[in-house]
Write a protein that binds this ligand. Sequence first.
Ligand code: ZN
Length: 150
Amino acid sequence: MSTELRQLYQEVLIDHAKRPRNFREIAGARSVEGYNPLCGDRIRVYVDTDAGQVRGLGFTGSGCAISTASASMMTEALQGKTTAEAERLADAFQKLVTGPMDAVVDDSHLGKLAIFAGVREFPVRVKCATLAWHTLRSALHGDAAVVSTE
Ligand code: ZN
């Protein structure tokens, strides 16, 4: 990873961890709790969909900087997207953070989320980065009310 990208990774991460966006409950929305016992991250993702489109997305809870920043950036990235687009981004994000160090990922549609490639250097933090996304998927599918990374 280049020095510039590493610096950007840290700056964006710290900004979102300190001032998480859409950090709120959404009344009447579907919600699922996500838990990452490895780190102790515990969040709740709220998703409001209408006619296959994400109308509202928020989260609450507490976790490390990476899990908080990832959830915060996810809520920004998926606002107004269709649920199919949200699924595709969740797949792309998963591939981005779990890929080998030298993997070339098509991150053209990931936007700012591409900085999370930095997580590859810290394999133990991958579950922190993907927690919000796993939880969102579950909420979209109407699966279990609680998701654990383990
Ligand atoms: Zn964590």
